[in-house]
Write a protein that binds this ligand. Structure first.
Ligand SMILES: [Zn+2]
Ligand SMILES: [Zn+2]
Length: 277
């Protein structure tokens, strides 16, 4: 707008022009038209909200609008909010980019432990909720003896099975021995207590020596047979299922007590041994 045209503006027209510019820019300043002289002269403007006031030239107001103090504060506030939001988003992005540590369950699934255990030790049903690490014992339920055992996935995958059913450290993968121990209460072997069936990948005598050392009993190997671990484990299971077991108490025998039996069943055990081996 030229000076000449502007100078011809009436007060009303000038007010309309000034206010429309201020409104269009969102500014809250308003002119006090009683102080208006002409387009090139200053006019008093005031903000009804923050009471800020000053007198810029009308031309300046029409070109740039007029920011009052509260408008500037609002703008600054909005900038801070926008900056914080940008920073929050950037941080979120950085965090999403970081690889998250796997949960126990994800580790379990990723290693396909369910399938691998099913192949190695099908009688052990893992309680996946109790898994933390393959080398830390977890709960597994043995469907052969209906007992829960603490077992490392690492060991189970190496073929180590339920300690009640297969003994500690037994694996079907290797050759194994099935043995019968005669148990005595005295070192002279006069008072017989019963018998224990067992399987081991070691020599039966080693198991016998271990029991002699770790319990108050005295025992001797009266029978043993060697075959592949798978077969040996099967034969043992069949015999233990055929006769009453747990003849000795756990206090006397330790963990192997579930494989002890009364001498009256010895003939039956020997008959089964001939039949199955
Ligand atoms: Zn204001
Ligand atoms: Zn078992």
């Amino acid at each position: 707008m030229t000076k000449r045209i502007a100078n011809r503006l009436s007060v009303e027209q000038a007010e309309i022009k000034i206010v429309s510019v201020l409104v269009s820019k969102g500014h809250t300043m308003r002119p006090v038209m009683s102080t208006y002289i002409d387009y090139n002269s200053p006019v008093l403007i005031q903000c009804p909200i923050c009471q800020d006031s000053r007198s810029p030239k009308v031309t300046q107001i029409c070109m740039r609008g007029a920011e009052c103090k509260c408008y500037k504060d609002k703008k600054k506030q909005a900038m801070i909010v926008a900056r914080n939001e940008r920073e929050r988003l950037r941080k979120e992005e950085r965090e999403n980019a970081k690889p998250k540590p796997l949960t126990y369950r994800e580790r379990w699934d990723r290693n396909n432990y369910t399938e691998r255990l099913k192949k190695k030790t099908p009688n052990l049903i893992p309680d996946i909720e109790t898994f933390t690490d393959s080398k830390i014992p977890m709960k597994m339920f043995c469907t052969e003896c209906n007992q829960t055992v603490d077992k490392r996935v690492h060991d189970a995958l190496r073929g180590m099975n339920c300690k009640y059913c297969y003994g500690v450290g037994f694996t079907k993968e290797r050759m194994a021995n099935l043995y019968i121990l005669k148990l005595y209460l005295d070192s002279d072997k006069q008072v017989s207590l019963g018998y224990k069936l067992g399987i081991t990948n070691k020599e039966p005598q080693e198991r016998c020596d271990y029991i002699n050392k770790s319990t108050d009993l005295f025992c001797e190997v009266i029978y043993s047979i060697e075959s592949n671990g798978e077969h040996i484990a099967k034969v043992e299971r069949q015999i233990l299922n055929a006769i009453p077991t747990g003849f000795c108490s756990k206090d006397v025998m330790g963990d192997g007590y579930t494989e002890t039996f009364n001498g009256t069943y010895l003939n039956e055990v020997i008959r089964l041994l001939f039949e199955l081996t």
